[in-house]
Design a protein around this ligand. Sequence first.
Ligand code: KG4
Ligand code: ZN
Length: 347
Amino acid sequence: MRILGIETSCDETGIAVFDTLQQRVISNALYSQIDLHKQFGGVLPEVASRSQLDKINEVMQQALAQADITLDDIDVIAVTTHPGLIGSLLVGVCFAKALAWATSKKIIGVNHLEGHIASGFLDSNGTVRNIPFPHLNLTASGGHTALYVVHGFGSFELIAQTTDDAAGEALDKVAKMMDLGYPGGPVIEKLAEKHSFVDTLHFPRTKLKNNLPFFSFSGLKTAVLYYLVSQGAYDLQAGNTIADQCSDELKQQVASSLLSSIADIFILNIKAAFSLYPNAQALTFGGGVACNRYLCTRLQKACTARNKLFFAPPPKFCTDNGSMIAFVGSYKATQGNFDNFALDVKR
Ligand code: KG4
Ligand code: ZN
């Protein structure tokens, strides 16, 4: 079977083909809208959905061409139905339904978060690797930060999720405070590397709640804001960076200390989750924030110290992509878990 996976939940149009015989992604096409949203410092929903509409057919043609197949060779269409920006999701779901109807193919709706949870199975060649069940998954992106216990394909349980900002959102907002552009994660990582990821500023770390995993990042973001104000690098009233005071050294220290805090918060929660689920044998780490080499290294060390395995997909499968949706579609198809044409976007 070949599954076409369609991902349009936010500002990426990702379409990929997964082959169930080879257990491998055979094409992964992507159009990213980052350049469209850069000038606004974040994603503008109306701009995002219009761009999805412009690009979706072209990206599908690229995915088919890369796989060297035609639409006739596709058996099932899998599409993200939730969560996400409603306009962007509607483009993908309407496109998928029209395509499935016109070509008499089966359709499967996929939860975007299940895509991130499953993305750890994909290695750098897009081949499915073996990860023992049960395991933990940490998904950290611009919209989500959540920890799950994964019992099997399609069977997972939420342990904790952020009560306010997502980790990626905190990185994006801090980057905005220092006028570093969007998205913040990659540039914060580069700056932090120049300061050797040293924790000079000791920003606060959230604690566990009743010894249970707990995530919150808005306090951390506010602590950075007030530090920048105290250094004369940010004008709170005007809401902008004071460029002469926001030196390269200050940016590097903030970036390095911020990533240190985020790593400590992740590790504290992972430790607590492994105590709660001692049978969990591994941690998978997905979502855009999992592109971060420093965070991966810290989490890998924390896992090794506890005799647990650690897996993060390559960056192209960390950020939003069609491959993770096609892969979830593949195991749902194998389980006979299809949808009908009443399929719709969900809140
Ligand atoms: O998964 P994703 O592409 O989209 C959402 O579903 O949100 O994640 C985007 C997030 C952004 O917040 C971005 O700053 C962050 O991932 N990100 C990173 C890195 N690359 C992207 N965060 C930390 N380090 C990176 N290298
Ligand atoms: Zn995502």
